[in-house]
Write a protein that binds this ligand. Structure first.
Ligand code: PMV
Length: 313
């Protein structure tokens, strides 16, 4: 592609959460993976205003550009045209807003500093995410920045720790669409917060159970053979249902997957009145799962896990 002067192309991946969503907002660990679905951003300087070319609502991109230019002390009289092209489904749970935040931070950072500094990019992407859903754990932007598999924990606001898990994992998952949630991530996080306020002991107990499962996922990923992926997913799902982030529609689908011997869970914030976004599904005999999705005429696709983080294209 011929680049205009001052034009930069970057891409950032979407993500799934194998275990730990919602609990991670309260400092519990999570295991996340970058996936082979990416958002591409071409950013160039022209005119003197911000112009967003995208199929999605432009407000987050516009806010992101203003926020990052302020952070980088770039004159706000400079105009930027951002062309966004993404194959991360906006259904919910795949980190499309985090990938956008990361791509904007990376493109502007590169335009001004002529290099990529992942730590700085991740920090700026987190600030953009904060506007999107007030209390983010920061896991989504971190996995989109660094890629691979991550063990992630937000200890406190100013201390977020993570380790990249280097593994050659051949885990085959299907992503099934349970329908777009009516609620935003922020609303689902607030819903869980109100349970935390009214039933603190119960909610905390569920989060501690989720943490145990997250640790089993970690063991499984680093090669411990005694864990069963389908069972871990099902155990995690039950706990997510107990905190009220799974809709009846999604529960029904997940129960059917269980009944054919598979494992399934929502991934991400979920949703409770209509769809719950994506469902991760696994069966040791994948043909059974493929048969199930085609018989039920469900929208699905395969994902590759552990993919590369933000990069220049
Ligand atoms: O926005 P989503 O659907 O990818 O979910 C993010 C995961 C939560 O734990 C629900 C929120 C967070 O900030 O970690």
């Amino acid at each position: 592609m011929t680049l205009k002067p001052n034009s930069v192309n970057v891409s950032a991946p979407g993500k799934i959460i194998l275990s730990g969503e919602h609990a991670m907002v309260y400092g519990y660990p999570a295991v996340l993976s970058a996936i082979d679905r990416r958002l591409n951003l071409n950013l160039c300087q022209e005119n003197d205003e911000i112009k967003i070319i995208s199929d999605h609502p432009p407000d987050l991109a516009e806010y992101g550009i203003r926020q990052v230019t302020k952070e980088l002390k770039v004159s706000d009289r400079q105009g930027w045209t951002a062309k966004i092209d993404s194959n991360i489904p906006p259904t919910g749970g795949m980190g499309s807003s985090a990938a956008l935040s990361v791509a904007i931070a990376a493109a502007l950072y590169f335009s001004t500093k002529k290099k990529l500094d992942l730590k700085e990019i991740n920090k700026m992407a987190y600030q953009i995410e904060t506007r999107q859903h007030r209390r983010p754990s920061g896991g989504d932007n971190t996995v989109s920045t660094y890629g691979g598999f991550l063990w992630y924990r937000k200890e406190v606001e100013n201390l977020k720790t993570f380790s990249s898990l280097t593994l050659d994992n051949q885990m085959k998952l299907l992503i099934i669409d349970s329908g777009k949630p009516i609620e935003s991530t922020g609303q689902m996080v607030e819903k869980v917060k109100s349970m935390m306020l009214t039933k603190p002991a119960r909610t905390d107990k569920i989060f501690r159970e989720i943490e145990k499962i997250t640790r089993c996922f970690l063991q499984l990923l680093i090669g411990e053979k005694s864990y069963n992926l389908a069972n871990l997913m099902n155990d995690n799902e039950i706990l997510l249902e107990e905190i009220g982030v799974v809709s009846n529609r999604a529960k029904l689908l997940i129960d059917k997957i269980k009944s054919i011997g598979g494992g399934a869970k929502i991934s991400g914030a979920g949703g409770y009145q209509a769809g719950s976004g994506i469902i991760l599904a696994y069966h040791h005999d994948e043909a059974k799962l493929l048969n199930f999705v085609s018989q039920n005429m469900l929208k699905y696709f395969r994902v590759k896990l552990g993919c590369e983080g933000v990069k220049l294209e």
